[in-house]
Design a protein around this ligand. Structure first.
Ligand code: AMP
Ligand code: MG
Length: 314
C-alpha cells in the first residue's frame, strides 16, 4: 500500500514542479538559485533561508567585514586557544583540511599576503622585501591549530590573518543546497560566482547544463551535463594587476608570497562538494599543470579541466 502511494505521488509532484529562480549580490559576487518546487511559496521559503545561511557564513568568515569573527582572531594573543562559534570552527577546519590535502597550494592562512596584494593593487607598487618577508613569515597552515573537541582555534605566529576567500563561496553554496534538501526540493542548483553546487537534475532531465570556460579566446566553452556534484572555476579573468611590466593574478603563490605571474591562471574542478571544488580550483591554479593533475587524480570523484594553453606538452 505504501509503495502504491509513493508511486502515485512522486510522478505527480514532479510533473507539477515549476522552475523558480532567485538572485542576490553576496560575497562580492552574484548568487543565483534555480529550483523546481511544487509552489512558489515553498521555493521562496527555502530561498530566503538559503540566502540567510550564506549571509551568516559571510558575516562570520569574511575578511572584508572589519568586525567579522574571522578578523577578530588576529586581535587575540597568539599561542592561546581562542574559543570560536561552531560555524567559524567548521569553516576554518574545512579550510585547514583542504590546505593539508593540497600541501599548502590552497592555504587559508595567506591573509597577510592577500592583504598586501590588495594594497599593491591600490598603490600600484609591490611591497618592500622586508614587508613581504614579514607577511610570509606570518603565513602557513602549520601555524594554525583547530581543536575539534573544545571548538578552539590557535594561531601561533604574530601577525597571522586568515582569508577564506578561496573556499567560502563553495562553503556557502553547500550550505544553501542543504537547506533545499531539508525542504525536499532536491532539484536545485546554486551558483555563487565561479562556484556551482548541483542537486538532483531538473525534472525529466539527465542533469544541469554547466558551461566550462576554456580561457582560450580561440576555443569555445564546453557544456557539461552534471548533477549531485559541484563545479568551481578559479582564474584571473577579472583580477590582475600590472606593476613594472609584470602582471600579477589575485591568487597568491605561497612560495613567492606574490600573485601568480603565469598567464593564463585558470582551473576548473568537479568534486562531490563545492567546499572541495572551490579550494581545489584555487590550488590547481597555483600548482604546475602536472602537479595539479596528480593532486586531483588522488582525490575520489574529482575531475580537473585546465585551459589548453596551460597544459604541458604530452
Ligand atoms: P578563488 O576565486 O576561489 O580562486 O579565490 C581567490 C581568493 O582566495 C583570493 O581573492 C584570496 O582572497 C584568496 N587566495 C588567494 N590565493 C590563495 C591561495 N593560494 N590559497 C588560498 N586562498 C587564496
Ligand atoms: Mg576557490
Amino acid at each position: 500500500m505504501k509503495t502504491l502511494f509513493s508511486l502515485f505521488v512522486i510522478p505527480c509532484t514532479l510533473l507539477a514542479d515549476e522552475c523558480y529562480q532567485f538572485q542576490r549580490p553576496l560575497m562580492g559576487t552574484e548568487f543565483k538559485i534555480t529550483t523546481y518546487a511544487p509552489t512558489k511559496a515553498q521555493a521562496e521559503t527555502a530561498a530566503e533561508e538559503a540566502f540567510a545561511e550564506a549571509e551568516k557564513i559571510n558575516a562570520v568568515g569574511s575578511d572584508y567585514i572589519a568586525d567579522s569573527e574571522l578578523l577578530g582572531l588576529s586581535k587575540k594573543p597568539i599561542n592561546a586557544p581562542i574559543p570560536v562559534s561552531p560555524l567559524l570552527h567548521r569553516l576554518v577546519s574545512e579550510a585547514k583540511n583542504m590546505a593539508a590535502l593540497t600541501d599548502g597550494a590552497f592555504d587559508p592562512t595567506l591573509g597577510p599576503l592577500t592583504k598586501l596584494w590588495r594594497e599593491s593593487r591600490r598603490r600600484h607598487t609591490l611591497p618592500t622585501d622586508a614587508t613581504l618577508a614579514a607577511a610570509k613569515n606570518a603565513s602557513g597552515h602549520q601555524h594554525l591549530a583547530c581543536d575539534p573537541y573544545n571548538k578552539t582555534l590557535t594561531l601561533t605566529k604574530l601577525g597571522m590573518r586568515l582569508d577564506l576567500g578561496g573556499i567560502a563561496k563553495g562553503q556557502a553554496a553547500d550550505a544553501m543546497l542543504a537547506v533545499f534538501i531539508k525542504y525536499d526540493l532536491h532539484s536545485t542548483s546554486i551558483t555563487a560566482g565561479g562556484d556551482v553546487r548541483l542537486g538532483d537534475p531538473p525534472p525529466g532531465k539527465k542533469g544541469w547544463q554547466v558551461g566550462v570556460r576554456t580561457f582560450d579566446k580561440n576555443q569555445e566553452s564546453s557544456t557539461l551535463t552534471l548533477s549531485n556534484c559541484a563545479v568551481s572555476t578559479s582564474g584571473d579573468l577579472q583580477q590582475r594587476i600590472e606593476i613594472d611590466g609584470i602582471s600579477y593574478a589575485h591568487i597568491i603563490d605561497p612560495q613567492t608570497g606574490l600573485g601568480l605571474t603565469k598567464n593564463p591562471v585558470a582551473a576548473t574542478v568537479i568534486a562531490p562538494t563545492a567546499t572541495q571544488s572551490d579550494a581545489l580550483a584555487t590550488a590547481c591554479c597555483v600548482l604546475p599543470p602536472a602537479a595539479a593533475k596528480k593532486l586531483i587524480s588522488r582525490i575520489p570523484e574529482c575531475i580537473l579541466h585546465l585551459p589548453a594553453t596551460a597544459s604541458e606538452p604530452p
